[in-house]
Design a protein around this ligand. Structure first.
Ligand code: KG4
Ligand code: ZN
Length: 336
C-alpha cells in the first residue's frame, strides 16, 4: 500500500511516500530557512509563495525517489491544520488537484497527530508493537507545545498546552533578540554547551499552577530584560544566557510532563516536534526518568516532514476512512 504524504503547514514544503505502514520510500523536505532568516521568524506571505514554487518539484522528487508514479498510489494524505492558512492552502489544494486528476482517495491529517505518530515511523522495528498505551506525548515545536494523552492511536486528549508562545517560538525569539540567527533552537543549543545553566536565574513560568499548561512569553521577556542590563555582551555571556534560558524552559517541560505521566498513570512518555531534536532536552528527560521508571520514546523525525503525515493516515487508509474530496479544507485552528 502506497500513501503520498504532503505537508505545508509552516515553512517546510514536504512530500513523502510511505509503504505498507512501515517503509519510508522517500521523505523530501524543502526548507525555507534562508528566506526567513533575515526576519528572524517565518513570514507567512514569503512562506506561501515559496510553497507555490516548490510543491510540485518536491512531490515529483518524492515520487521519483520512491520509484513510483501517481497511478501507483493508494491514497493521498495532506496536512489540513493547524498552521498558517496561506501555507496550508497550497498543500491542501495541490493534494485535492492530484487526487482528482489521479482518481485517488484523499485524507486530511492533523499536523499534531503527524508529530505524535512520527515516533512510530521507524516501526518496521519493534517500536511499533512495543508502544504501551496509554502514553503521554510532549509535542514541542515552533507552532505548538502540548501534552497529549494517547489513549489509543487516533484517540487523543489534550491535557495541557501553551497559553502564549510555544517553546520553539521562545527559542527563535531569544535567538533573535541576541542577534544569533534563525531558527533559534539549534543555535541556542550549540551555544548553551559552553555556558552555565545556573549563570542567570530565569523564571520557570506557571510551573506550580497545578495544571498542565505552559507559558514561555514571560521567560523570553525575562531574557530580554537581562540582556539589556548587560553592558558587555561577549561570547561567554551569550553562552551563559543560552544555557540558563534553555535550562529554565526545559525544567518546566520535564517537570510538567512527569507530573502528567504520574497523574494519568502512563508508563510510556513520547517526545516529538522540532524542539525534541535538542540533545540537552533529551538528556534532561533521560536523567529525570531513570529514577521514575518510565519508557521514553524520542522521535527520529522531530522537525516537520511529510512521512509523519502519511504515517498518521495509514490506519485510516486501512479502514478506507477517507475524506470527501469536495469538502476537505485547510483549517488553521484545527483541534486534535
Ligand atoms: O516541528 P518544527 O519543524 O515545526 C513546527 O511545527 O513548528 O519545529 C521547528 C521549531 C523551531 O522553533 C526551532 O527553533 C525548534 O523547533 N528547534 C529546536 C531545535 N531544533 C529545532 N529547538 C531547540 N533545540 C533544537 N535543537
Ligand atoms: Zn510541526
Amino acid at each position: 500500500m502506497l500513501i503520498l504524504g504532503i505537508e505545508t503547514s509552516c515553512d517546510e514544503t514536504a512530500a513523502a511516500v510511505f509503504q505498507d505502514g512501515c517503509r519510508i520510500l522517500s521523505n523530501v523536505v524543502s526548507s525555507q530557512i534562508k528566506l526567513h532568516t533575515p526576519y528572524g521568524g517565518v513570514v507567512p506571505e514569503i512562506a506561501s509563495r515559496a510553497h507555490m514554487e516548490n510543491i510540485i518539484p518536491v512531490i515529483q522528487k518524492a515520487l521519483e525517489e520512491a520509484k513510483v508514479e501517481g497511478k501507483d498510489l493508494d491514497a493521498i494524505a495532506v496536512t489540513t491544520g493547524p498552521g498558517l492558512i496561506t501555507s496550508l492552502m497550497i498543500g491542501v489544494d495541490t493534494a485535492k488537484t492530484l487526487a482528482y486528476a489521479w482518481e485517488k482517495p484523499i485524507l486530511g491529517v492533523n499536523h499534531i497527530e503527524g508529530h505524535i505518530y512520527s515516533v512510530k515511523l521507524k516501526a518496521q522495528s519493534s517500536k511499533l508493537k512495543s508502544i504501551k498505551l496509554p502514553a503521554m506525548c510532549l509535542t514541542v515545536s515552533g507552532g505548538h507545545t502540548m501534552l497529549v494523552l494517547i489513549k489509543e492511536w487516533g484517540n487523543y486528549e489534550v491535557i495541557g498546552e501553551t497559553i502564549d508562545d510555544s517553546c520553539g517560538e521562545a527559542f527563535d525569539k531569544v535567538a533573535k533578540l541576541l542577534g544569533l540567527g534563525y531558527p533559534g533552537g539549534p543555535i541556542i543549543e550549540k551555544l548553551a554547551r559552553g555556558g552555565g545553566r545556573q549563570a542567570f536565574s530565569f523564571p520557570r513560568p506557571i510551573l506550580n499552577q497545578g495544571n498542565f499548561n505552559f507559558s514561555f512569553s514571560g521567560l523570553k521577556t525575562a531574557v530580554l530584560y537581562q540582556a539589556r542590563r548587560i553592558k558587555k555582551m561577549d561570547k561567554k555571556v551569550v553562552q551563559d544566557i543560552c544555557a540558563s534560558f534553555q535550562e529554565a524552559a526545559f525544567e518546566v517541560l520535564v517537570i510538567k510532563t512527569l507530573r502528567a505521566a504520574r497523574k494519568f498513570k502512563v508508563s510510556t512518555i513520547i517526545l516529538a516536534g522540532g524542539v525534541a531534536a535538542n540533545q540537552a532536552l533529551q538528556n534532561f528527560f533521560k536523567k529525570s526518568l531513570s529514577v521514575n521508571d518510565y519508557k521514553l520514546l524520542i522521535t527520529d523525525f522531530p522537525t516537520d516532514n511529510a512521512a509523519m503525515i502519511a504515517g498518521a493516515a495509514y490506519p485510516r487508509v486501512l479502514k478506507e476512512d477517507y475524506d470527501d474530496w469536495h469538502s476537505l479544507q485547510a483549517d488553521p485552528n484545527l483541534k486534535l
